[in-house]
Structure formats: structure tokens, C-alpha cells
Ligand binder design. Structure first.
Ligand code: FE
Ligand code: CA
Length: 506
């Protein structure tokens, strides 16, 4: 055990010890109470998510001064002045769920905007705007953002301010790393520290809840949630760096069972995300994969590449492949999710089948054959099986949307020299700080591999438009996230067509 490991172990122990007291601490620490009261009961904002043609999830999480349950009212209108309220109801914000509520008004009109708000204890929430999915047969353009990786310490969420201002969007797809679990770092202790998180490394339910609360107080993130419905899935940092299945990436400290940590992390994730009840965790198990259809143009298959995956081969990291990489039975999605995906693409007639997922799918071997074991390159048999299975089911060009690497990329998903799909990787919202226009190593990879086409090492997101059987990808980059006021600019506009893998300049 290294000194660092011992330090982490110590943090875990302290986390475990303080866990039982954390709820009390949350309401009795002067700083927390002052913040909650200053910003009112609705200081964590509002959100909506998982739009269907006839319903959408509405979410808020209250910050009351006492742990008692709080009754609230909600209303949904067709105008921002709430002159035409079309649905309303009551709910109870319970401390059992961190005072979060998920309500789902039914019977809504497809493809239209709604506004919503909550009332409790004489206070009214900020107004949120949302949008239902288009009617099943509607041949209308679909515009959305793919985003991920918002490490709070690494930068401001200015990118979200630009997303919030984009009035054309139908939704935001967030593919993972909504929070990072790491402990508070003091100024000067780490190269990138724009602002600090509170608390030790997240292990207990109360610690994960507090971390989500800190993130949700960010005004730019709140603005994006209030402006658009989100479709959210997790990656590794919602639990712990590079976990897969029931395997942590580093041994858990004595007394911390990884299954209990996962259960706490998933519960806090569910409480804080505008997701449907299908994603309610059952202890350390959760079903986050699901399909959302947007009229005739696209079906979004939201995938979970963490929960059912084989352990990273060859001890993880980026290195030349060892024997385990060539395991013919390798699993990334797991048999059940893989079968579900094949049924899901066969069971809808949208022009484009979009895979919303986490880890890099196009091959990206380095000059000495080194690959990232925490990407599909670590599991080539699984990649070939999934992509060939999609082709056999008539999907000529599966469009893969990815995150995780904190860089923007575009490339073709190759299986044995054949392009079987097209991948657009969104950069991070803030993780890795200001960044630069390009990494030299990435440019060398693009030079060596014709199937890799674009790269940027700035922060931002990708804006997509699905229209007439074509998927546009606009790569939006910010010059800095270390201080406020960055402008957003489009650094590449690329396009792929439903009929065949390929990338052209749009
Ligand atoms: Fe990340
Ligand atoms: Ca990640």
C-alpha cells in the first residue's frame, strides 16, 4: 500500500464514520443552512427529463431547514406565464429520498413546449421549460446536445450557459460523469483547481447526496436543466473511477463493501436525476439502458457500458494488448443488454439508430499497439459482435455518441478493416480544465489511421441535428473554463448519412 492508498483509506474510514451523522451535519452546519436559506427551498433548481410523446419527468429537490417531509404542488402550462395550466398535482418531498421528487404528467401533446414550476411552504420554484418528443410518425428535425464529464474542481460550467441559450434544442443527452467522487483538494495541492468541492471522497449515501447538491447549486448547470429536458445516464465517476460490474478499480477499504457503495451511489444518482421509475435502483443493481424515439428521424438507445462489463483486461491502463484482450467471449454490454439492443433496433423504424454510450468505440491503437483497456479497444470481440449484430438487423450506419475521454473526436467504427458505424465523441464540460486546440499524440493517431477524422482538446459539447436521414455534428469549443465569460465557437461541422458509415464536412 502506497502513502496515497493509505491516505485514501483514511478518507474512506472517516467517510464511513461520519456517514451516519452526515444528515444531522448537513442541517446543523452553519454554512449549509445559510446557503440553503439564502437560496430558498428551491436552491437546487428544477429539471425535466426522458421526454416521450405524451409525458416527461419533472424534478426538483428541496432544501428544507428540518428533516421533515414537505408537501408540494406542481403545475404544467403551455405558456411561461402559466395562463394555460394543463396539468397539476401534489407530491410529498420525503427525507427518505433527499427531499427529491419525480412527477410525470401524462396525456401531453407530442412535440410541444411546456413550462412547469413547484410550490411549497409559501415559496415558488424557478420556472422550467421542457418539450415532449415528436409524435411517432412525425418527420421533423431533432436537435440535441451530447455532453459529459463536468468535474467541478476543474472548471466553470460556462458551456451549460451556452446550451441553455440555444432555443432550438429538443433535449440534452448527458452520457456520464455528472459528478466526480474525489475528495476535497486544497488550493495548491493539485495542478487544476478552479474551485473546490466539499467533503471527503464519496462513499456513503449522505456524501453522494451532498456532492450532487453542491453541483446542482451551479447557476449555469441549473440554467441548462431549466431550459431543456435531459436524458441522463452514468459512467464511472458517479460511483468510482473506472469501476465495472461488481469490481472497484482499487480495493475498497476495510469495512466498505463495494456493493454498498454502489447502492448508495445509484440511489443518490436516481434521486438527483430526472429519470423514470424504470431506473429506480434495487440495491447495487440498476437498469439504466432504455430507448427513446424522436419521430421518424431517430431512435436513441441509451446504453450502460459499466454495469455489466468484464473487468478491464491486462490490468487496465493504456498499454499493448495482452492475451486477455483477445477473449472471444468478452462482454461490454453483457448478454441481456446486448440482446435488448438488437431487439430495440429491430423494433423501431426510425431513419437513424443512435447509440448513446460512454466509452470510445472506434479503434485507436498507438504506434506500439497500445490501446486503452477502459475502452471498446480492450474488448474487440464484443465490439465486433455488437456492430455485426446491428448490421445483420439492417442498421447500415449505427451512429455512436460517446464521452469519457475529455476530448472531441470523430471517426469510423472499424471491425476487421470494414467500417460498420460512425462515432462522434463529445469533449468534457469542464474536466481537465482549459485544454488546448489539439493534443500532438491525437494528431499523430489521426495521421496514422484514416478512419479517425477529427480531434479537439478544448472544453464544450457537441450539438447534433438529425434531419432527412443525415446526422450533423457541430463541435462546440470554449477557449477557457478557468474564468467566466468564455464565448462558444463551432470548431468543426461534420455529417454522416443513415445509409452508410462515413464522415463528410458539412
Ligand atoms: Fe470524465
Ligand atoms: Ca468517465
Amino acid at each position: 500500500m502506497t502513502t496515497t492508498d493509505r491516505h485514501i483509506l483514511d478518507l474512506h474510514r472517516r467517510g464511513l464514520l461520519t456517514g451516519a451523522l452526515a444528515l444531522t451535519a448537513l442541517v446543523t452546519q452553519p454554512g449549509c443552512v445559510a446557503l440553503a436559506q439564502d437560496q430558498g427551498l428551491f436552491g437546487l433548481g428544477v429539471a425535466s427529463g426522458d421526454p416521450w410523446p405524451d409525458s416527461v419527468v419533472l424534478w426538483t429537490r428541496l432544501t428544507p431547514a428540518t428533516p421533515d417531509p414537505v408537501p408540494l404542488r406542481w403545475e404544467l402550462a403551455t405558456d411561461d406565464g402559466f395562463g394555460q395550466v394543463v396539468a397539476r398535482g401534489e407530491a410529498l418531498a420525503s427525507p427518505d429520498h433527499a427531499h427529491a421528487v419525480h412527477v410525470i404528467p401524462q396525456g401531453l401533446q407530442p412535440g410541444r413546449r411546456y413550462w412547469y414550476r413547484f410550490h411549497a411552504q409559501g415559496q415558488t420554484s424557478p420556472v422550467g421549460r421542457t418539450r415532449t418528443a415528436p409524435a411517432p410518425g412525425a418527420d421533423v428535425p431533432v436537435r440535441f446536445v451530447n455532453a459529459s464529464c463536468q468535474r467541478y474542481e476543474h472548471g466553470l460550467f460556462t458551456a451549460w450557459r451556452h446550451v441553455a441559450a440555444d432555443d432550438t434544442l429538443d433535449f440534452v443527452f448527458f452520457n456520464g460523469d455528472y459528478i466526480y467522487e474525489y475528495a476535497h483538494r486544497a488550493a495548491g495541492s493539485t495542478p487544476i483547481l478552479v474551485r473546490a468541492v466539499d467533503g471527503p471522497e464519496c462513499v456513503t449515501l449522505d456524501q453522494y447526496r451532498a456532492r450532487y447538491a453542491q453541483y446542482r447549486r451551479d447557476p449555469d448547470l441549473q440554467a441548462a436543466h431549466a431550459a431543456h429536458p435531459f436524458i441522463v445516464v452514468f459512467d464511472d465517476h458517479e460511483v468510482q473511477n473506472n469501476w465495472v460490474s461488481d469490481i472497484p478499480s482499487v480495493p475498497q477499504p476495510a469495512g466498505v463493501e463495494f456493493a454498498l457503495r454502489k447502492a448508495a451511489a445509484f440511489r443518490a444518482w436516481y434521486e438527483n436525476m430526472p429519470v423514470r421509475p424504470g431506473a429506480l435502483p434495487r440495491g447495487a443493481e440498476i437498469t439504466a439502458y432504455r430507448r427513446l424515439v424522436f419521430g421518424r428521424q431517430m431512435a436513441l438507445h441509451v446504453l450502460d457500458t459499466r454495469g455489466y462489463r468484464d473487468d478491464q483486461p491486462c490490468g487496465d491502463g493504456r498499454k499493448p494488448a495482452c492475451e486477455a484482450v483477445h477473449n472471444p467471449a468478452a462482454q461490454v454490454l453483457g448478454p441481456a443488454q446486448e440482446a435488448w439492443l438488437f431487439d430495440s433496433v429491430a423494433g423501431n423504424s426510425a431513419a437513424m439508430q443512435v447509440l448513446g454510450q460512454q466509452i470510445f468505440m472506434a479503434p485507436r491503437p498507438g504506434p506500439h499497439g497500445e490501446v486503452s483497456m477502459d475502452s471498446w479497444d480492450g474488448y474487440p470481440a464484443a465490439r465486433a459482435r455488437v456492430m455485426r449484430g446491428l448490421r445483420q438487423r439492417g442498421v447500415a450506419n449505427p451512429i455512436v455518441l460517446t464521452g469519457d475521454v475529455h476530448r472531441a473526436w470523430a471517426g469510423l467504427v472499424m471491425v476487421d478493416e470494414q467500417a460498420l458505424g460512425t462515432e462522434f465523441v463529445a469533449t468534457s464540460i469542464s474536466s481537465d480544465g482549459d485544454g488546448r486546440d489539439a493534443d500532438q499524440g491525437a494528431l499523430a493517431l489521426i495521421g496514422a489511421h484514416p478512419h479517425l477524422r477529427f480531434h479537439s482538446a478544448r472544453r464544450g459539447y457537441t450539438r447534433h441535428e438529425a434531419k432527412d436521414g443525415q446526422m450533423l455534428a457541430e463541435f462546440v469549443a470554449l477557449p477557457f473554463v478557468s474564468h467566466p465569460g468564455a464565448e462558444a465557437r463551432i470548431v468543426a461541422r461534420l455529417m454522416t448519412e443513415a445509409r452508410a458509415p462515413g464522415i463528410i464536412t458539412a
